[in-house]
Design a protein around this ligand. Structure first.
Ligand code: GLU
Length: 377
């Protein structure tokens, strides 16, 4: 079998970049590495200027905050790290906003908890916000909401968080910047004969076994969480790269073919998502749509309330529903943006009237086209 060629970073339209604390924050002094961040912002600005959508997942709040609060080195108690995150996140957001602002790019801060990417209802909200920011050409800067997350309900590492966010927004590729240039057959520090793997086409148990290695004091994710992240990413149709971020302009170096490990996905974000919607979720009801809506859906549009004639079943926002035509044929499945009660109030009406009918603003679509899997194209 001929090995697959590694893709070219420049071909992608939507990229998520994850930056770890150990890169952003100088370990000895507990201070931000300004020159490094400025150089990364330069790389991001280059991609952004070419029309690429860029989202950053940045760690560093705890590492920055612990210095400001004067906390002793070593492991922190949960409340201490939450306090440190609260103080450090302000600084982190300001640094990103300044670094990107220098290139005329607007940064937006998004703090998420696992529920925001796992629960469908909240997922749809979080995704809509990120989509809008990207449409407005802003660069969202995401971190875990560490101040309120508790140990049971937190990611704890930004590697998996970044993978969830990347698949949530249908990113083509996720770049995890680390202090190592990729995956080796064994930890290279203790195994001088360890081999670097430039390309992983399938995450087998052997690959997982290669990902030993403890996490450092500053960053929580070791190679193990990176391979976990790769499983999430490739399952959602997003390629993933582990690259050494320590030198300046690390993104440029990846784009120029610098050494790294690619985890290739066999799917695309939209195909992976449609498979999930079509196959894995139990439909809770149906939306009966008119002929105009059928044509619009087949043309790739979202389903708007105006094209819906009837609502059947009892469902919550984010549930899967069947889309049926007036003759009763099932056209596909989708995740619905309203619960059944609200849906019944707005169907048949133009989206401009939603706020008035519901007495609060809502999405202009009933089912977004990204949340729709059509059986009859
Ligand atoms: N969210 C944590 C922070 O900002 C980092 C988690 C990680 O290192 O992956 O400090």
């Amino acid at each position: 079998m001929t090995p697959a060629a590694t893709p070219v970073l420049e071909d992608f339209r939507r990229i998520v970049i994850k930056v770890g604390s150990a890169l952003l924050v100088d370990r000895a002094r507990g201070r931000l590495r300004h020159a490094w961040l400025a150089a990364l912002a330069e790389d991001i600005a280059e991609l952004h200027a070419r029309g690429v959508d860029v989202l950053v997942v940045s760690s560093g709040s705890i590492a920055l905050g612990r210095t400001v609060l004067g906390l002793a080195p070593g492991a922190l108690k949960l409340e201490e790290s939450q306090g440190a995150a609260s103080v450090g996140q302000i600084a982190l957001a300001r640094h990103w906003s300044e670094a990107l602002g220098h290139h005329g790019i607007v940064a937006g801060q998004i703090l998420v908890t696992p529920q925001d990417t796992e629960e469908r209802r909240r997922y749809l909200n979080a995704r809509a916000t990120v989509q809008k920011l990207l449409e407005l050409r802003a660069v969202p800067v995401v971190n875990e909401n560490d101040t309120v997350a508790t140990s049971e309900i937190r990611y704890g590492d930004n590697d998996r968080l970044a993978a969830r966010v990347a698949t949530m927004i249908g990113a083509d590729v996720l770049v995890l910047f680390s202090d190592i240039d990729g995956l080796y057959t064994a930890p290279p520090g203790s195994h001088p004969d360890a081999r670097h793997l430039p390309l992983v086409e399938r995450i087998t148990p052997e690959i997982e076994a290669m990902a030993g290695g403890p996490a450092s004091e500053l960053s929580r994710g070791g190679m193990r969480t990176k391979v976990e992240a790769a499983k999430i990413a490739v399952g959602g149709g997003t390629h993933m790269i582990i690259a050494d971020g320590r030198q300046k302009n690390p993104l440029r170096s990846v784009a120029e073919g610098g050494r790294c490990t690619w985890f290739l996905s066999g799917s695309t974000p939209s195909a992976a998502r449609k498979t999930w919607i079509a196959g894995s979720l139990e439909p809770r009801g149906s939306l009966i749509v008119d002929d105009g809506a059928v044509r619009a859906l087949q043309g790739g549009a979202s389903l708007l309330p105006v094209g819906v004639r009837g609502v059947e079943g009892s469902f919550a926002r984010g549930d899967a529903v069947l889309i049926r035509d007036l003759a009763g044929r099932t056209l596909g499945r989708g995740l619905v943006a309203y619960d059944s009660g609200e849906a019944a109030l707005i169907i048949g009406h133009p989206s401009a009237r939603i706020a008035e009918l519901l007495t609060h603003p809502g999405r202009s679509w009933m089912v977004h086209r990204d949340d729709l899997a059509l059986f009859v194209e």
